[in-house]
Write a protein that binds this ligand. Structure first.
Ligand code: OAD
Length: 234
């Protein structure tokens, strides 16, 4: 069995990383147009760096939760049965990897990477970035940005992601509100391809009606239960 899993901020919520659109969420407290666009970065790089520096520090203090661990178990369990998990995340954290997932498509980029606007290289990055940091590849100062996808930019790895979706037997969306495209469109694409669809979320998402199966609850409980059911059935 091939499963395509799409994760969103809800999967990391119980690790203490904020979601975006819930009450008190990141975009309820901060204006994305001032912090998460190329224009915002050009206008006020100090402000944008301070926002991502704070999120990076939060991430380094956070731990994966039972939902991340269960998805790593699903990858190993499917592989042992001749199947495959394609894990596609909208999250910029590394909690899937730290829980043991070996292959993760980060369509919105990675907070623990820097991208150099001078040479185009990406580098691992765990410190505050700020406007005075130098690129480890080319040595230019002041040209690094967080390797994250901002509003108005094209998500990463889309060819591989759509190819994997087309091969799947099951599409499962976990902890995502289904409001940001193109990820929000994956469920309709899956349906059009005749692929079974499942939603796991705290509450019905914007796209809930498009899912064949729905499981509601906290990710730390609902995801392990889903993984047990999948692996028991094979
Ligand atoms: P949202 O904040 O839009 O949605 C998070 C979803 O997780 C909501 O539907 C919540 O009900 C659900 N949720 C919250 N806590 C949960 C829990 N403990 N267990 C299960 N579900 C829970 O986040 P995303 O859908 O990930 O993009 O947002 C998509 C994109 O919008 C992000 O990648 C980011 C943002 O703008 C960029 O920055 C480019």
């Amino acid at each position: 069995m091939r499963i395509f899993a799409l994760t969103g901020a809800g999967v990391s919520a119980e690790s203490g990383l904020g979601t975006f659109r819930d009450a008190g969420g990141i975009w309820a407290r901060f204006d994305p147009m001032k912090l998460a666009t190329p224009e915002a970065f050009a206008r006020d790089p100090d402000l944008v760096h301070a926002f991502y520096d704070a999120r990076r520090r939060n991430l380094l203090a956070a731990e994966p939760n039972a939902a991340h661990v269960a998805l790593a178990r699903l990858e190993a369990g499917l592989a042992a049965r001749g199947g495959e998990l394609f894990l596609c995340t909208q999250n910029i954290d590394d909690l899937h990897e730290r829980a043991g997932s070996t292959r993760v498509a980060h369509m919105h980029g990675e907070l623990l990477k820097a991208r150099c606007l001078a040479c185009g290289q990406t580098s691992r990055w765990r410190e505050d970035m700020g406007v005075t940091a130098s690129c480890p590849s080319c040595g230019e100062t002041g040209r690094l940005r967080p390797h994250v996808v901002w509003f108005g930019e094209i998500p990463l790895d889309l060819d591989a992601i759509f190819a994997a979706l087309a091969e799947a037997d099951l599409f499962v969306a976990i902890g995502t509100s289904g409001s940001v495209y193109p990820a929000a469109g994956f469920v309709a694409e899956a349906r059009a391809l005749g692929i079974r669809t499942c939603e796991i979320n705290l509450e019905p998402s914007d796209n809930a009606a498009l899912f064949d199966e729905r499981r509601y609850g906290r990710a730390s409980e609902a995801v392990p239960a889903f993984v047990e059911a999948v692996l028991a059935a094979r």
